[in-house]
Design a protein around this ligand. Structure first.
Ligand code: G3I
Length: 423
């Protein structure tokens, strides 16, 4: 009898202890003050990645992340190794979970990624050039068809350059030559013309050999009509390395001048594993300065972090002694970095777009019409006011399309006095 009571007491105590341990995570997680990051402003999307198996995460994970962001990337489950582990056998389960979760929570999904040297199965790597190209085409076709209407942005090519600016010596490059990159973009555009196609890489943030090489490639793509819509700056930073923020702004501008959209795709800022408040303040300043520059650049469409809580991050597994790179700590409490991002999103001026003001003089006037005529007749391919802004996108559909010209005609002939995007 006594033995049984002792046993019950032990069980009760261990249940109490377990619930206290579970509670401690919940109790520790402080709801951040102020507006959630996605609500601070409406010009750029703000996002995170979710790892595979995210549906099994604890409730604090979702309570913290869900209200904070409005765009999500799959950390791993939409990579080739996960989607097509053996030839033409696709496994959609995890990707579909992410897409369904995103739909239920009003998130945009950023697809990641088609051609990459990493996380691509051996069966692809061992093909000859023709077979590899056919496999690439099939992969892009099937994945884009499966996610049609559900994933509006895809990283088509990922990390194709070495840091010294030469083409990465990957199996893609060795077998197909550098043309694998443009072939992937052409195929992706044909598979689904409505999707934004991105070139994504790390260490592109500053001018220098790698960023110059990506710039030259994309400039060449634009001049030859190879379809590409945006550049992804991964932005994996470490407070050990100084940043020239003006150079970052200058670098973004030259990509914007090519007519490219800019996505910050995987931002995190590493500090020590055993960090301290001085390091965390320095980390916050990196986040603040980068995001202020992004907010001042109209071509920036999204700022996405590679995770949101230090509890789940690729950093400690890759960089010995480095960790704590994200906005929330391991107990989901917002860090100084969180408040720095919130402030940077809130206080930086949002550039004003006057749709239809093609020369950028502040109004839609006669010279805009003469420019439009030149554009329609093919005499110019770009409007003077377009520094990454789609100012001729007068119906605000995200692209300059035939509808814009129909509306423009109505405007010119006096049928309407305002464009829908100006309502
Ligand atoms: O799925 C296997 C599992 O079956 C196996 O038991 C386990 C043993 O190590 O490995 C698991 O695979 C791991 C995979 O993540 C899924 O968890 C790989 O080892 C691991 O290398 C892989 O790491 C990912 C890394 O890309 C690969 O390069 C990280 O989670 C992911 O955060 C990271 O993300 C990349 C972006 O895609 C591109 N830009 C850089 C960024 C950070 O490296």
């Amino acid at each position: 009898m006594k033995k049984n009571s002792f046993k019950s007491l032990t069980v009760a105590l261990s249940v109490l202890l377990t619930s206290l341990m579970v509670c401690s995570v919940t109790v520790n997680a402080a709801t951040p003050t102020g507006k959630r990051l996605k609500d601070v402003q409406s010009r750029v999307m703000v996002g995170t990645e979710f790892s595979s198996g995210f549906t099994n995460m604890d409730s604090t994970f979702f309570n913290t992340a869900t209200p904070e962001f409005n765009i999500v990337t799959a950390e791993n489950c939409m990579k080739w190794s996960d989607l097509e582990p053996s030839q033409n056998n696709f496994t959609w389960t995890e990707g579909d979970r992410l897409v369904n979760w995103a739909k239920a929570n009003n998130y945009t999904v950023h697809g990641h990624t088609f051609v990459w040297y990493n996380q691509t199965p051996n069966w692809v790597q061992n093909l000859n050039a023709n077979a590899m190209e056919a496999a690439m085409n099939n992969h892009i076709d099937k994945v884009m068809a499966h996610y049609k209407g559900k994933i509006p942005i895809w990283d088509v090519a990922n990390e194709c350059f070495e840091d010294n600016g030469t083409y990465r010596n990957s199996f893609w490059y060795r077998v197909m030559g550098k043309s694998y990159i443009e072939k992937a973009f052409i195929r992706a555009r044909a598979a689904d013309p409505s999707v934004k196609l991105i070139y994504n890489d790390y260490n592109l943030e500053y001018t220098g050999p790698k960023s110059n090489a990506a710039y030259e490639m994309l400039k060449d793509f634009k001049s030859r009509g190879i379809p590409v819509d945006g550049i992804g700056f991964q932005m994996h930073l470490d407070i050990q390395y100084a940043i020239d923020y003006n150079d970052f702004a200058k670098n973004m501008q030259r990509f914007a001048d090519l007519g490219l959209e800019i996505y910050i795709t995987e931002m995190d800022v590493r500090v020590s594993s055993n960090t301290n408040s001085a390091e965390l303040d320095k980390q916050a300043s990196y986040y603040k300065n980068i995001i202020e520059k992004c907010m001042a650049q109209p071509a920036v469409k999204a700022i996405q972090f590679w995770g949101f809580t230090d509890k789940y991050s690729w950093v400690p597994g890759t960089f010995q002694g480095r960790d704590n790179a994200l906005l929330f700590d391991k107990n989901y409490n917002p860090k100084s970095a969180y408040y720095a991002v919130q402030a940077a999103l809130a206080t930086t001026p949002v550039p004003k777009v006057i749709y239809g003001d093609l020369d950028g003089n502040g109004s839609v006037d006669a010279i805009d019409y003469s420019l439009l005529k030149q554009y329609l007749l093919g005499a110019i391919t770009k409007f003077p006011a377009e520094n990454g802004l789609t100012v001729a996108d007068v119906n605000a559909s995200g692209s300059i399309d035939s509808l814009d010209f129909v509306i423009m005609k109505q405007y010119l002939t006096g049928l309407i006095t305002k464009f829908p995007a100006q309502e």
